[in-house]
Design a protein around this ligand. Structure first.
Ligand code: AMP
Ligand code: ZN
Length: 504
């Protein structure tokens, strides 16, 4: 490792081997990660967002271990084909973005541009760090995708049908190795007539031809005719471009294991003479919600839906991190409200410690006893931090990291100053903004000291008006009232429990 940091070993549950394995990077001190990104034809639901909280937690874990991070999250803005059967399996149907554009009277660029922006808003609200991360768009990497299909063609892995160029999965002897896919079962379960020209049920499109009668927003010239890439090829082509033919870690939701990820492996490993695509494959389990978490069916809970219910994005993150990424979660409003209450309680504890460390700053003992105390406390803090690292390095055991944090806050052996140090580090590791929100909490607590009688009647009236404006989502009015109140000498602080006032 570059910085001579001595940290506990890292273990990851690898879908490729079905085992939890010691992580050994390709390059010492560096980690390269590819995360399958969103298809930007619609909003992301809170289940989709779990995939990026996983990507972010991995990144934060590696950063805490002193690694240099190379991270790629792709933006699928072309080629993700819809399922063409009732089970929602397969991807032989229409392009999702093209379909949405036509249905809404917009261009494909407008659709992709809008939903990409909302994706960034959502992940930033969730504390996903994006500095230094590459977000390549499929539509901007057509040349690379064509080049890879060409290589596969030259090596004899493809065949042509009336609607496109297909990958012949029977030519890749290890097809289906990720997650040990039961290919026989797939064949037996396949319905006749899905695509008669496919040689094997698992074969998939690398390039689709535009239909002569069709006018598409997105189509390009290629050696095989005008058309557009299939979905899987973008990940193979873009990961190779930004991370090399073999990189350390590949992630995505578990739904990607049977088709998308096995297809990526088949393409990349066939094109690159068998070099493994990635050494470790991590998959997040689903967030379920009584069938109401399907992007393609259009009925789902978004992050903003939670905010409207009074749940802050960081509280949703807290709920997610209270489970391991690999265990399934059942979303209910009560469950997330419960987590939100737990988070607020944690913040209140941190606020108490923050206040006590500031209050006691002037009332400490003699210089030498202070030094001694600091040393003991520093040792305790280091020991606890090591324990937290052992937990996070154990396949991202975030639930135990959080309970450890609670133990730390209640531990009388650890001084408040050392506690603050641990919480600051934990904030970097878990992205829970505890210090920031504790400061806001302290401010609003102080604001509560403004007794009701101290608030002039005219301001009380403005507060009521603003509350109504906020309920009606009239943010312009709500902001202008805030300015008016500020001019009158009071700062409004918005918290989850409503508006509070602070004298300026
Ligand atoms: P998509 O935009 O549909 O390609 O999905 C984005 C990511 O969300 C992918 O990694 C999916 O595997 C993942 N995903 C889809 N549905 C869920 C869900 N209900 N819970 C967790 N992850 C999901
Ligand atoms: Zn992918």
């Amino acid at each position: 490792m570059h910085n001579n940091m001595k940290t506990p070993p890292i273990y990851l549950q690898n879908t490729l081997t079905g085992k939890k394995e010691l992580f050994t990077p390709i390059t010492t001190g560096e980690v390269s990660m590819y995360h399958c990104g969103p298809t930007v034809y619609n909003y992301l639901h809170i289940g989709n967002l779990r995939a990026y909280v996983l990507a972010d937690t991995l990144r934060r874990m590696f950063e805490a271990n002193g690694y240099t991070i190379h991270q790629v999250i792709n933006i699928t803005d072309v080629g993700h084909l819809t399922a063409n059967n009732d089970e929602g399996l397969g991807d032989d149907g229409e392009d999702k973005i093209e379909k949405m554009a036509k249905a809404s009277g917009k261009t494909a660029d407008e659709i992709a541009g809008y939903y990409t922006k909302v994706f960034f808003d959502d992940i930033h609200a969730l504390g996903v760090q994006t500095t230094g991360t590459t977000f390549p768009k499929a539509s901007e990497h057509i040349v690379e995708q064509i080049a890879m299909i060409k290589t596969l063609e030259e090596k004899g892995f493809v065949y042509k049908t009336s609607d496109g160029i297909y990958f012949d999965t029977s030519k890749y002897s290890e097809y289906g190795k990720l997650g040990n896919i039961n290919l026989k079962g797939l064949e037996e379960g396949a319905r006749i007539g899905v695509n008669d020209e496919k040689k094997n049920i698992t074969d998939f499109a690398l390039w689709k031809f535009s239909k002569p009668e069709e006018r598409r927003f997105q189509e390009w010239d290629s050696p095989w005719g005008v058309g557009y890439p299939g979905w899987h090829i973008e990940c193979s082509a873009m990961s190779a471009k930004y991370l090399g033919n073999t990189f350390d870690i590949h992630t995505g939701g578990i739904d990607h294991i049977p088709v998308h990820h096995n297809n990526e492996i088949a393409q990349s490993e066939s094109a690159n003479n068998g070099s493994p695509l990635a050494h470790y494959w991590l998959h997040n389990a689903f967030v379920n919600s009584d069938g109401k978490m399907s992007k393609s069916k259009g009925e789902f809970t978004r992050l903003i839906t939670l905010v409207e219910k009074g749940i802050a994005p960081v509280e949703y993150r807290y709920w997610l991190l209270q489970a391991r990424y690999s265990s399934q979660l059942q979303y209910t409003e009560e469950a997330v409200h419960g987590a939100a209450a737990g988070y607020k309680n944690l913040v209140a504890h941190v606020a108490k410690i923050l206040t006590s460390t500031t209050d006691s700053a002037n009332t400490r003992g003699t210089q030498s006893s202070q030094n001694q105390g600091t040393q003991v406390s520093q040792d305790a803090a280091n020991k606890v931090w090591d324990e937290i690292l052992v937990l996070i390095n154990d396949d991202l055991n975030t639930p135990l990291c959080i309970s450890k944090l609670w133990d730390v806050l209640k531990d009388s052996q650890i001084t408040d100053l050392a506690k603050i140090e641990i919480i600051e580090k934990a904030d970097s590791l878990l992205g829970l903004d505890l210090i920031k929100n504790a400061r806001i909490f302290i401010d609003s607590e102080k604001a509560l000291f403004i007794s009701s009688e101290e608030i002039p009647a005219s301001i009380k009236e403005l507060l009521v008006k603003r509350e109504t404006a906020r309920k009606e989502k009239d943010w312009k009015l709500s902001d202008s009232i805030r300015d008016e109140v500020r001019n009158l000498g009071f700062e409004i602080l918005d918290s989850d429990s409503g508006q509070t006032l602070k004298k300026i």
